[in-house]
Design a protein. Structure first.
Length: 193
C-alpha cells in the first residue's frame, strides 16, 4: 500500500517511498541508510561506492557490494592504495563490479590520499559538514529531498581541493544521507527519529 510518499509493507511499518518492495532495499533502509557511520575505512568504502553509483541506481551498487568488498580488499585504504596497473586490468575484467576505469582509478587515487591523512582525519573532515537534525524541518515528501545542498557543495569543494575524485556535490549529498550526516527519513517513516 502506498500513502503519499511512504510505503507500508506487510510488516505494517511505514518507510520512505524510494524503498519500494525490494527486500535488499528494505534491509538497507531499515539497518543502514541514515544511521551515523564513523571510521575512516567505513567512510572510504561509502565514498567509493557512492562514486561508483554516479549515473547508476543505488540498488545496482548495493547488489554488487559484496563483490566490490572482495576485489577492493575490504576497502582498507592502505591495501587499495597499493593497487597498480595489474590490479586495474584485473578489476576491468570483473563483471561483478562496475567496470569503469575512471571510477576504479579514482578509488585507488582516493585511497592514497586517505593514507596520507592522520588516523581519524577523513572521519572528522566528512563529519564537519554534518547537518544537525534541528537545523531543518523533517521532509514530508520525496520532492523535498534535494540533489545537493550548500553543505554537500562545501564538502565536495573541500575534498576536491585535497585531490579527491568522483566527489561531486550530488554524490556527496548521497554520502551524507547514507552515512547519517543528514537525516532525510520522511516524516511518518518508522526510522524517522
Amino acid at each position: 500500500m502506498v500513502r503519499t510518499d511512504l510505503v507500508i509493507e506487510d510488516d505494517g511499518l511505514a518507510r520512505c517511498g524510494w524503498v519500494g518492495a525490494d527486500p535488499e532495499y528494505i534491509r538497507y533502509h531499515d539497518e543502514e541508510w541514515g544511521q551515523p557511520l564513523h571510521g575512516d575505512r567505513a567512510l572510504f568504502e561509502k565514498m567509493s561506492l557512492e562514486g561508483f553509483q554516479a549515473g547508476l541506481s543505488w540498488i545496482t551498487i548495493l547488489r554488487k557490494r559484496p563483490r566490490f568488498r572482495e576485489v577492493f580488499a575490504g576497502f582498507e585504504p592502505e591495501a587499495v592504495a597499493a593497487f597498480d596497473e595489474h590490479d586495474i586490468a584485473r578489476l576491468m575484467t570483473d563483471a561483478g563490479i562496475v567496470r569503469n576505469r575512471a571510477k576504479i582509478e579514482a578509488t585507488i587515487s582516493n585511497a592514497r590520499l586517505v593514507t596520507e591523512m592522520a588516523p581519524g582525519e577523513l572521519d572528522a573532515l566528512l563529519w564537519s559538514f554534518a547537518v544537525p537534525g534541528d537545523e531543518r524541518p523533517r521532509p514530508t515528501g520525496l520532492r523535498e529531498l534535494p540533489a545537493t545542498t550548500a553543505a554537500s557543495e562545501a564538502l565536495s569543494r573541500a575534498l576536491r581541493r585535497r585531490g579527491f575524485r568522483f566527489v561531486g556535490p550530488t554524490t556527496m549529498y548521497a554520502l551524507m544521507q547514507s552515512a547519517g550526516m543528514v537525516d532525510d527519513h520522511l516524516d511518518g517513516c518508522w526510522r524517522a527519529a
